[in-house]
Structure formats: structure tokens, C-alpha cells
Write a protein that binds this ligand. Structure first.
Ligand code: AMP
Ligand code: MG
Length: 176
């Protein structure tokens, strides 16, 4: 399993969509959204990070347990950390990371001002206008912690403005 993470608006899902691969691409947020629609009546995926943290934790754990049972070549689209009203919430707490057969940890990042612009330009999402640079710095810290804990290498991919293909090629080079 290759875990791909990144700031909202860094272009993580776009990079994954452009990738030609036999890996199965799974989105952690989709799996949480299905549960939260059913259990809590959540209607929009951008509401998920605003619900009480104990509920987010409960759903996060259900998804990690489901993912731990999946086999095959998986590329997992998720977050290093989620910016919530309670603070930065780790996407892969060690007890859950421990359940996943992680081969590589990839962070897709971009220039904070480009990320802020991409958020404003995306009408399909209700992105926050929070401190992008601080969140990116936190994500890099979490990435290092996940790598040290799991022993899986950490890879940082810059998704530069107008250079989507380069980011896609770099991710492609990591696949077996
Ligand atoms: P995305 O579409 O990738 O922005 O994901 C939608 C939402 O799913 C995020 O804003 C989070 O609320 C939630 N989410 C995704 N991955 C995780 C994770 N590993 N841990 C907790 N929440 C997550
Ligand atoms: Mg996404």
C-alpha cells in the first residue's frame, strides 16, 4: 500500500486521477463520508472535519480497520493531518498506521499561495481559508513521524503550477 497525502488544494486527487496505473486508488475521505452520511446525516464532505473529534476518531478507526483487510496493490488518498476546529487531527495515528501494510508515504505539496488560489478556484468544495503554510509545515512533521514509526520511506512531491505531469511522473516512478 502506498499512502498519498497532501493539503486540501495541493492537487492530490488531480495527480491521482492523471496517473496511469494498475494500482487500485482508494479515497479514505470517501469511505468516511459513506459512514458519516449513514450514521450522522452528514451531507457534504467538507462538513466532516467540523464534527466533534471523538466522532471523527470513531469513523477514522472503522475505515482503518476496513482498509487493513484489503489486499492487492492499493494507492490510498488521504491526509497527513486534518485541520479541525479542535486543532490538527492526525490522519494516521500510530495505532491505525500499524494496521496498514505501508510501503511508502507520499506527501503532495505545493507553494502555499498557489494552494490558497486553487482553493478559491474550486467551486466543488468548501475549502477553508486557514494558514496553508502552517498546515503544510505540520504535515511535513507528521510525515516524518509516520515514516520513523513505520519504517516506510517518506517522499515529498511538489505539484508546481502548470507542472502537473512532473508530479504525476514522480509518483509513477515510485510504483512497482
Ligand atoms: P478529501 O476529499 O481528501 O479532502 O477528504 C475529505 C475529508 O475526509 C477530509 O476533510 C477529512 O475530514 C476526512 N479524512 C480523509 N482522510 C482522513 C484520515 N486519514 N483521518 C481522518 N479524516 C480523514
Ligand atoms: Mg482530494
Amino acid at each position: 500500500m502506498i499512502i498519498v497525502m497532501g493539503l486540501p488544494g495541493a492537487g492530490k486527487s488531480t495527480v491521482l486521477k492523471s496517473l496511469k496505473t494498475e494500482y487500485e486508488i482508494l479515497n479514505w475521505g470517501d469511505l468516511m463520508f459513506e459512514i458519516e452520511k449513514r450514521e450522522f446525516g452528514i451531507q457534504n464532505r467538507d462538513e466532516m472535519r467540523k464534527i466533534p473529534i471523538d466522532k471523527q476518531k470513531w469513523v477514522q478507526e472503522m475505515v482503518a480497520k476496513a482498509l487493513s483487510k484489503m489486499t492487492g496493490k492499493i494507492l490510498l488518498d488521504t491526509h497527513c493531518s486534518v485541520s479541525t476546529p479542535s486543532g490538527y487531527f492526525p490522519g494516521l495515528p500510530f495505532n491505525l498506521l500499524n494496521l496498514l501494510p505501508v510501503e511508502a508515504l507520499v506527501l503532495i505539496t505545493a507553494n502555499p499561495s498557489d494552494v490558497a488560489k486553487r482553493r478559491v478556484a474550486d467551486p466543488t468544495r468548501k475549502r477553508d481559508q486557514d494558514d496553508v503554510a502552517l498546515h503544510d509545515q505540520m504535515n511535513k512533521s507528521y510525515l516524518a513521524a509516520y515514516s520513523a514509526f513505520s519504517g516506510a520511506p517518506a517522499v515529498i512531491i511538489e505539484n508546481k503550477e502548470g507542472k502537473l505531469e512532473d508530479a504525476v511522473a514522480k509518483l509513477h516512478s515510485l510504483l512497482k
